[in-house]
Design a protein around this ligand. Structure first.
Ligand SMILES: Cc1cc2nc3c(=O)[nH]c(=O)nc-3n(C[C@H](O)[C@H](O)[C@H](O)COP(=O)(O)O)c2cc1C
Length: 498
């Protein structure tokens, strides 16, 4: 299949190697730094509300969902506030920057969010298409439909402005956009569960998402700042899926940068990963219930990436909680964890594997180094090799100390060639989404345990694979992560975002 060849070419070419990182400018061209906030000039801006009351975080893990909130202006406001809204304004040395509820590689935030919702008091007495503007915590009204939509259910599309990441990360940026889209999806999924709502990832063609949300109206976007349609989510209790027709939207997207550096491979991978979004079989969640903790809203707003870790350890219980919480990302059964355990009380230092979906156990055993021990540690955790892997973890994470000074760090090892064979190029995209979803979930779980986490997009792909004895494409690591205790930089001031 042609698109698989393109995916494999992109994947190999954008691997970081010790002697050669994936191509990028290699410096920050501040003059062309993209605006992190998309706006549509002339579109009516509808401010959203701010609700402070959210349920306790641990209740989101109950078997039974929380009572379902009615779909209205206030509940939609809450969903967006605690998923893609701003969480804090940071300032230091005369400059300030916004941080959001969803983590993003380099804080560049390529993910945009569009909503098609039925008529709602406070928004419109017609069904609407709008764009979420996080800086203002407001909806930009792009279109009102003549026909009505099914009540109690609505659609969210997530898209990526790949240029925002390409500006800094060059050819590897497409990977980061997809990881970020996964983070954004999980942020929405969690905020929805706070309202007793269920998110469903729809298996539709990316061209259909583009047409539905007007993203294919190329004349409305700068040619270098187009948005690629990534995910379509249905929230609510809808039974049928009736997609409205969206005509030409009269509002143009703002220009994000004055000029652009082009990376032709990004168009190649964008095209190769279009198609019908795969349905990923759900994972078995287990019956994990965290200890009672703060409100979900507080945890979401408090979540931050650690920039330095203090080198202290965590308990085995905390470690187990983190692994169990990852299973609450329903559609992530293609991802396993290979862990560098540095300091977890009651666990020997070493290299471990957490087999998140049991049915892959044999294929993993056949794919990894045959000298690994596979010593059972319970609940699908296996010790592969004892030892101090702190230096290796740092080296593999582009020499970032957080991977060594966290209590543990790990790579998300994904079922690679079989996913591409089954789903074609778009399967590649969905693997990054799965990794991003897990990342966002683990950030929150770490925060609830008074720990900190950091996503690690910068890692030496094949150095990691070589360590595991991987020499083919059956499994590939697509995202790395570290969890421990952060050293907070007290020189940076934090202000409320709104
Ligand atoms: C996909 C992804 C990759 C990331 N890679 C790195 C990394 O390699 N090193 C690092 O220090 N932080 C990394 N981060 C953390 C981001 O820099 C951080 O999310 C961003 O600055 C926003 O800060 P916040 O998470 O506190 O909101 C990554 C985050 C994501 C989502």
């Amino acid at each position: 299949m042609k698109n698989i060849a393109s995916v494999l070419e992109y994947h190999d070419r954008t691997k970081h190697r010790p002697s050669k990182y994936a191509a990028s400018l290699g410096y920050m061209d501040w003059a062309t730094q993209p605006d992190p906030f998309r706006r549509y000039k002339g579109a009516t801006l509808i401010p959203l509300t701010h609700s402070e009351v959210t349920p306790p975080y641990h209740l989101l893990f109950q078997q039974d969902p929380l009572p379902s909130a009615p779909l209205c202006y206030e509940s939609l406001s809450q969903l967006l506030r605690y998923s893609l809204g701003l969480a804090a304004i940071k300032s230091h040395g005369g400059s300030s920057w916004a941080l959001r509820c969803n983590a993003s590689s380099g804080n560049l935030h390529p993910t945009e969010c569009y909503i098609i919702a039925p008529s709602m008091e406070g928004i419109s007495d017609h069904a609407t298409l709008s764009h979420y503007a996080p800086r203002e915590h407001a909806l930009e009204l792009l279109h009102t439909y003549d026909s009505s939509l099914e009540e109690g259910t609505f659609l969210i599309a997530l898209s990526s402005v790949v240029w925002r990441e390409a500006w800094k990360y060059g050819e590897r940026s497409w990977r980061y956009c997809q990881l970020d889209a996964g983070h954004a999806y999980q942020a929405i999924n969690i905020a929805a569960s706070m309202l007793g709502w269920k998110c469903e990832l729809l298996s539709v063609d990316s061209a259909e998402i583009a047409s539905l949300f007007g993203l294919d109206q190329s004349e409305r976007f700068d040619p270098n700042e187009k948005e690629s349609p990534d995910l379509l989510i249905r929230i609510g209790v809808g039974t049928s899926l009736t997609l409205p027709h969206t005509p030409k939207i009269p509002y143009d997207a703002n220009l994000l940068s004055s000029s652009h550096h082009l990376w032709p491979i990004l168009k190649l991978i964008g095209d190769a990963t279009e198609g019908i979004y795969p349905q990923i079989p759900p994972l078995k969640r287990g019956d994990y219930l965290p200890a009672p903790s703060k409100s979900a809203g507080e945890i979401i707003l408090k979540r931050r990436s650690a920039q330095m870790m203090d080198g202290s350890g965590i308990t085995k219980e905390q470690f187990r909680s983190l692994l169990s919480a990852s299973l609450f990302c329903e559609n992530t059964s293609d991802v396993h964890f290979v862990l560098f355990v540095h300091r977890v009380e009651g666990l020997e230092k070493g290299l471990y594997i957490y087999v998140r979906d049991k049915k892959d156990l044999i294929s993993l055993q056949q794919s990894l180094d045959e000298t690994f021990k596979w010593q059972e540690c319970g609940e699908e955790l296996y010790l592969l090799r004892e030892g101090d892997f702190r230096g290796v973890a740092q080296m593999i994470s582009c020499n970032q100390e957080i991977a060594k000074e966290g209590a543990f760090s790990f790579g998300m090892l994904c079922k690679f060639s079989s996913t591409l064979e089954t789903h074609g190029g778009i399967g590649y995209k969905s693997l990054y989404h799965q990794c991003g979803m897990i990342g966002q979930m683990l950030y929150l779980e770490a925060t609830s345990l008074h720990l900190s986490a950091t996503g690690i997009g910068c890692f030496l792909d094949d150095e990691f694979h070589a360590l595991l004895g991987i020499s083919d494409q059956r499994y590939q690591s697509l995202y790395h992560f570290t969890i421990g205790r952060a050293i907070v930089d007290t020189r940076i001031t934090t202000l409320p975002p709104y």
